[in-house]
Design a binder for this molecule. Structure first.
Ligand SMILES: [Zn+2]
Length: 199
């Protein structure tokens, strides 16, 4: 018998588009409306840092809002006893268990049975390559909120992410990123390719 979530809602976008803040607002709304403890939300966040067990942490969104939750590396680390489950940085969901995505997906399906699930994730990496994990959860979601940021170069709506730090790693939580619009992105790429061909 297949297992299903009561609902899955996604928040996707580039850096600084308010993904974590949207989850934080949803969490506050759920806490306000919860009559019993089990009606409340449970908050988890995937991290590249290795954690043997869920690590309780407090951190700030880019908008400066404080969030409390548990840092995790896999779905098997989630112990959710509430009806609402919120998970941030979903693009890193399979980072530590790349070889066993199937089992992890099964575990996810067991955890979310009958729950309202809210997921937030980055759409593209800094080379404009889509995160497959974000894509997968977007495809199975009932509702998808596509968020935009403001381009740090021209101020127009931005859906891409520019890496400011000079490292080439695809996954790098410590690197500095900024949102960028399509026009500015295309201009940077054409300048870079001109520089490469002139070398
Ligand atoms: Zn721009």
């Amino acid at each position: 018998m297949k297992k299903y979530a009561a609902s899955i809602e996604m928040y996707i976008g580039p850096m600084f588009s308010g993904k974590s803040t949207s989850l934080r607002n949803k969490m506050a709304e759920l806490m306000d409306n919860a009559k019993f403890a089990e009606d409340g939300p449970s908050y988890y966040r995937f991290t590249l840092e290795k954690v043997e067990s869920p690590k309780l942490s407090t951190w700030q969104t880019h908008g400066g809002v404080e969030i409390e939750g548990a840092l995790i590396n896999s779905f098997s680390q989630i112990k959710c006893y509430t009806k609402h489950l919120l998970i941030d940085e979903i693009q890193f969901a399979f980072y530590h268990c790349e070889d066993d995505k199937e089992t992890e997906t099964e575990i996810f399906n067991e955890i979310i049975e009958g729950k309202h699930v809210y997921l937030a994730g980055l759409n593209l990496d800094w080379k404009d390559v889509p995160f497959q994990t974000t894509g997968y959860f977007t495809c199975i979601a009932d509702k998808v909120n596509i968020l935009q940021s403001r381009c740090h170069r021209c101020g127009k709506p931005a859906q891409f992410t520019e890496k400011i730090t000079q490292s080439q790693n695809r996954f790098d939580e410590k690197a500095q990123y900024l949102p960028i619009c399509r026009n500015c992105r295309v201009q940077i790429i054409s300048v870079e390719s001109m520089q490469q061909t002139s070398v």
